[in-house]
Design a protein around this ligand. Structure first.
Ligand code: ZN
Length: 172
């Protein structure tokens, strides 16, 4: 297993649609193992393949008190309810904003072996799945904000990004 570098906004893989996975072999298993290790070492609750530069419909997430979950080719087929909760993203470190999301969803996906999954998720887990699913469509949580909040959050992000770039150039 290996840690992967996380792509930071606004780099390209974050803004593109990911492709469907058609092969469920060793390469996918290695990718998922590396993504799980990367998510855990970054203290994230979810990670989508485009965030590690892989344009494929794969995501991993932590169930609050369960095993980590891997979803391949996920689709959200039903959505209900709406709530605002603070969200952050490993690709936008240190940035947080309240994001509107459905509180109940139904998901169809495949597991790492290609078996079909069909399940409902609520509240926190539903939110994490919607956030990670958005990454597969080239969307970020800041794209879900109203225009005014988004502008404020983007200018905050520009300051954070300048600090990250300064740290990187010091390390060089
Ligand atoms: Zn994210």
């Amino acid at each position: 297993m290996a840690l992967m570098d996380i792509v930071i906004y606004p780099d390209a893989p974050l803004k593109e649609e990911a492709s469907q996975v058609v092969r469920f072999g060793g390469d996918l298993h290695r990718l998922v193992a590396d993504m799980l290790e990367t998510m855990e070492s970054s203290c994230g609750v979810g990670l989508a393949a485009p965030q590690v530069g892989v344009r494929q419909q794969v995501l991993v997430l932590c169930e609050p008190e369960g095993e980590p979950l891997c979803l391949v080719n996920p689709e959200i087929v039903e959505m209900d309810g709406k709530a605002y909760e603070e969200e952050g993203c490993l690709s936008l470190p240190d940035l947080y904003a309240p994001v509107p999301r459905a509180t109940h969803i139904r998901v169809r996906a495949q597991d790492i072996e290609g078996n079909m999954l069909d399940f409902e998720a609520h509240d926190f887990l539903a939110r994490v799945i919607q956030h990670e699913y958005d990454h597969l469509q080239g969307k970020l949580f800041i794209d879900r904000l109203d225009a005014l909040t988004r502008d404020a959050v983007i200018s905050e992000w520009e300051e954070i990004r300048a600090r990250i770039d300064a740290r990187v150039s010091l390390a060089d």
